[in-house]
Design a protein around this ligand. Structure first.
Ligand code: ATP
Length: 239
């Protein structure tokens, strides 16, 4: 599965009025990889993910996905091409059931298998959701809600999943479970671009990573290179 680039980003720029959140970023994500985007609060990580799926306006740059230029496509078209986002803060619908949340995720699916087939697959992959299927999503624990948010994204049968801060607000033990699940998703063939505050865990499961500061890439490399770099050791891993 580990071929050429699935996602190639050149010169991406995002601004909010006078605020330049993303300045000229280049990124590459190869098939079958987990690539992590690291950096402090406000570095531009979420803006990058949002721009990739068309939820933030691109001020410049090109996005190539599966060898197609998707720069100008709408969010719906991008999801149908096979790229989807699990946003920061999960954004599940608390008053709908687990099942209803899942079905909403299938509304724009990439056309591989019927929504019913994909739903059955999700319930097999996430047994906890099967147990809670008819419960209100808001009654799930934080970790379960994160699982639901990811499962809902996978209902569109993506090739590339953009995951924004899946560990946010979760207890360490639950974070470990989420990271194990992310690794299993890669084993099953999914490619993942992971935004995380948890630098050490991210670099444990990632193949490669980029460090952003003030909207620009300041460091990049394989996960092993980053783990051993003085910058990462000093700034994030407390050496
Ligand atoms: P965080 O982990 O806090 O989400 P981040 O690295 O994901 O940080 P972004 O959320 O992309 O960073 O923010 C980058 C910059 O853009 C910050 O200066 C932020 O204040 C600003 N910003 C983000 N969203 C908006 C918005 N909707 N309107 C105005 N400014 C924004």
């Amino acid at each position: 599965v580990k071929d050429g680039p699935l996602l190639l980003v050149k010169g991406l720029r995002v601004s909010y009025g006078p605020v330049e959140a993303v300045r000229n970023i280049d990124l590459q994500v190869n098939k079958g990889q987990i690539v992590t985007l690291l950096g402090a609060n406000g570095a531009g990580k979420s803006s990058t993910l949002n721009a990739l799926v068309g939820l933030a306006a691109k001020k410049g740059g090109t996005v190539t996905f599966n060898n197609q230029d998707i720069t100008a496509l709408s969010t719906e078209q991008i999801v149908r091409q096979g790229m989807t986002l699990t946003p920061e803060g999960r954004r599940i619908f608390p008053n709908l059931t687990v099942d209803e949340n899942l079905l909403l995720g299938g509304a724009m699916h990439a056309g591989r298998g019927s929504p019913a087939e994909v739903r059955a697959e999700m319930l097999e992959r996430f047994p906890i959701l099967k147990e809670r299927l008819h419960q209100k999503a808001g009654s799930l624990s934080g970790g379960e809600q994160q699982m639901l948010a990811i499962a809902r994204s996978l209902m569109s049968s993506p090739d590339l999943l953009l995951l924004d801060e899946p560990s946010l607000g979760l207890a360490p033990q639950i974070v470990d479970q989420i990271f194990e699940m992310i690794e299993r998703l890669r084993e099953q063939g999914l490619t993942i671009l992971l935004v995380e505050q948890n630098v050490s865990l991210s670099l444990e499961i990632a193949d490669a990573g980029y460090v952003l500061a003030n909207g620009a890439v300041v460091l990049s490399g394989t996960a092993a290179q980053l783990r051993h770099s003085d910058e990462i050791q000093g700034a994030y891993l407390g050496a």
